[in-house]
Design a protein around this ligand. Structure first.
Ligand code: GAL
Length: 383
């Protein structure tokens, strides 16, 4: 599929719109890679999900700058978590004849007709961070090790609860339990949410099985724990409901598995509003996170949020650009995982980047000494 498209150069966008792409043909404004063209003659279409999450803003800025530094033109659009808007934006990119598409989807299964149109116009597609599912017209995937994110979130939770030591081995003086925890998941239409969840549950399961950890609400299915569109307020409301329904008789909540920093902050708001904390030392349950957002790094520095996962989006942008360049040159992008990411129709060759767990003990080294955030940003909790 991938090679076929590379060799089908020059089908015009108009022809594609008329369903004639398979006939080939040369023409101005044609979509897809032209291996002879200079970067300045190629436009990369970049579809981003939302600007409400800090990370997607950073991703977009890094991709745009990285591509422009290499001389490419960039058509980047944010869809503010509205699926029809994202569909329309990608339709427009395809019609305008971009050379390659980088797509961070809102709902990974909602872009099939766009992916089909891209294929018909010879435009290769790279899924960015989130897998595009249920369609064969996905050429490559750049992301982080999403299962490992979940494993690390579970380990961070257990470290915070004193069950694991600083090397994430069973702690010698671990509490016997039962310790009550509640579980949150991301948006069900985001494939990543399932991998985060799976990694976390696989890691926590032995502790559920031996009774060390208990989910008092019994909400242990991803459907029950999910947070539609990854919205902070939704997580905050669910935490409020869990507290009033299951923790109103003196039951103690020890920890909360949260898959992303904005959700963590919503959860922490709910816990603090219920009179817990305000810090972990003062009795706030241990709450995990992801994305190393500046507001959450401040909370970690202040002993409020227990952990997050740092995914350096600069490296993801760089890897996406390298992959796009390879595709544009008619070469295979470098993959380091050709097994994990089955999108329901095919296994999409992928490049997975490493992640880092951030705790109060190492945020200074990972987030500040590295130059990612300044001490002033951590102090204020703002960029
Ligand atoms: C996931 C992504 C996370 C987080 C979340 C909410 O797909 O991998 O880093 O940002 O979406 O935006």
């Amino acid at each position: 599929m991938y090679n076929r498209r590379i060799f089908m150069l020059g089908a015009t966008a108009t022809a594609a719109a008329l369903g004639l792409a398979a006939c080939g043909g040369e023409g101005a404004g044609s979509g897809g890679p032209d291996t002879d063209a200079a970067p300045s003659e190629q436009t990369v279409g970049v579809a981003m999900p939302t600007q409400t999450y800090e990370r997607w803003v950073a991703d977009g800025n890094n991709i745009k700058k990285g591509l422009e530094d290499k001389g490419f033109k960039v058509d980047m659009q944010y869809a503010e978590d509205d699926i029809p808007t994202q569909q329309q934006q990608i339709d427009q990119m395809v019609n305008s004849g971009v050379s390659v598409l980088l797509i961070a989807s809102i709902d990974g299964a909602s872009l099939s007709s766009q992916l089909d149109a891209a294929a018909a116009a010879n435009i290769p597609v790279i899924a960015y961070d989130r897998l595009l599912t249920d369609n064969e017209n996905v050429d490559f995937y750049v992301t982080f090790d999403n299962y490992k994110v979940g494993v690390n979130q579970a380990n961070a939770l257990m470290f915070g609860l004193g069950l694991l030591d600083e090397e994430f081995k069973p702690a010698g003086d671990a509490p016997k339990g039962p310790l009550n925890v509640e579980l949150f998941a991301g948006s069900l239409d985001d494939n990543n949410a399932h991998l985060f969840w799976q990694g976390a549950i696989d890691t926590l399961q032995p502790y559920f099985d031996d009774g060390t950890l208990v989910v008092l609400s019994k909400q242990i299915d991803i459907e029950q724990a999910a947070t539609q569109r990854w919205e902070q307020e939704t997580a905050q409301k669910r935490m409020e409901n869990l507290l009033t329904t299951h923790y109103n008789g003196g039951e103690e909540l020890a920890g909360v598995l949260s898959p992303a920093d904005p959700l963590s902050r919503g959860i922490i708001n709910a816990l603090q509003n219920a009179g817990l904390g305000p810090t972990i030392e003062e009795g706030l349950p241990v709450v995990t996170g992801q994305d190393a957002e500046i507001a959450s790094i401040k909370l970690i520095a202040d002993g409020v949020q227990s952990s997050t996962i740092f995914k350096d989006t600069r490296t993801l942008a760089d890897q996406a650009i390298l992959s796009a360049e390879s595709i544009l040159k008619g070469e295979e992008p470098e993959a380091n995982d050709t097994e994990t990411y089955d999108n329901g129709v095919k296994v999409v060759p992928s490049y997975l980047l490493p992640i880092q767990m951030v705790l109060e003990s190492n945020y200074q080294e990972i987030m500040v000494d590295s130059g990612y955030y300044t001490p002033e940003q951590v102090e204020s909790g703002q960029l």
